[in-house]
Design a protein around this ligand. Structure first.
Ligand code: CP
Ligand code: NVA
Length: 306
């Protein structure tokens, strides 16, 4: 049966670790300059309703390095659900290509694509989740700490799509997560409930300082996600106390590293001084998007299934 990656919660702990192993092998091969064309002739359709740098370039580079090819479908190209229904797009693509990656506004669009497609569908960010980002981030954390058990992460800012995936990913892998958001900007209740069922709900805070005490990693993201631009001005005011700056870092241990999925709005959720400091691992996160998604594409495409 085909598998999709709609939510990071679609994966088990063992499956995430299997994807990490593949990513590690592929990263090593690339570093050694060895060919690793595990998906020869595979075609990946990349549907974008929103802009992207990292997701587009890492998926396109990744599939080419695996011996396949990526087709970029810009928002205006297919006008998902307007020119043609989501189901019809999925059914047509399933006759021509081997994998679909989609970045959408509504999370339901990814679910509808996956339901109608006979090939794997990967969520490249929706309003609710960003599973590829968080797979790459947890892989990055594992490279830094070795054993993930006992690692503490503090999320500071908006309870958004990246935060939702981080809640599920950390619950699955057994990391400790604190989430500090302004009141009214907490992560989705359903996601917290799912993390409770997994036995590791995040601790919620409305003040960033206590959340970062003892944290091994502080993670932040833009205050205004794509699609919510009309709220930007209001959010700049509400989120001001949640900026990741030198003062906030002073409450965390010296070894604490700073994460951001990027793009960053420098001077808003994070200062230049912090994002450019030696504590920052944002470029390691960005690099690992390439390796983890190559691992994911191979894992989803194995002839005998994952
Ligand atoms: N982090 C991330 O997904 O970046 P892009 O929006 O540039 O793809
Ligand atoms: N939360 C951000 C992530 C961008 C990669 C957004 O959805 O715009």
């Amino acid at each position: 049966m085909k598998r999709d990656l709609i939510s990071i919660g679609d994966l088990s702990r063992e499956e995430i670790l299997a994807i990490f192993r593949l990513a590690r092998e592929l990263k090593e091969k690339r570093r050694e300059g060895k060919k690793h064309e595990l998906l020869p002739g595979f075609i990946l359709a990349m549907i974008f309703e929103k802009p992207s740098l990292r997701t587009r370039v890492t998926f396109e580079t990744g599939i080419e390095e695996l011996g396949g090819h990526g087709i970029y479908l810009a928002p205006a190209d297919i006008q998902l659900g307007k020119r043609e229904s989501v189901g019809d797009v999925a059914r047509n693509l399933s006759r021509w290509v081997h994998l679909i990656m989609a970045r959408t506004f509504a999370h339901q669009t990814i679910i509808d694509l996956a339901r109608a497609a006979t090939i794997p569908v990967i969520n490249g960010l929706s309003d609710e989740e960003h599973p590829c980002q968080v797979l790459g981030d947890l892989f990055t954390i594992s490279e830094k700490v070795g054993d993930l058990g006992g690692t503490k992460i503090a999320w500071v800012g908006d309870g958004n799509n990246v935060c939702n995936s981080l809640i599920l990913g950390t619950a699955l892998l057994g990391l400790e997560l604190r989430v500090a958001t302004p009141e009214g900007y907490e992560p989705k209740a359903e996601i917290i409930k799912r993390a409770e069922e997994l036995g590791r709900p995040p601790r919620l805070f409305h003040d960033p300082e206590p959340a970062v005490v003892g944290a091994d990693f502080i993670y932040t993201d833009v205050w205004t996600s794509m699609g919510r631009e009309e709220e930007a001005e209001k959010r700049r005011k509400v989120f001001a106390p949640f900026q990741v700056n030198r003062d906030l870092l002073a409450h965390a241990p010296d070894h604490c590293r700073v994460m951001h999925c990027l793009p960053a709005h420098r001077g808003e959720e994070i200062t230049d001084e912090v994002i450019d400091s030696k504590s920052s691992i944002v470029l390691d996160q960005a690099e690992n998007r390439l390796h983890i998604q190559k691992g994911l594409m191979v894992w989803l495409s194995r002839p005998s299934g994952p």
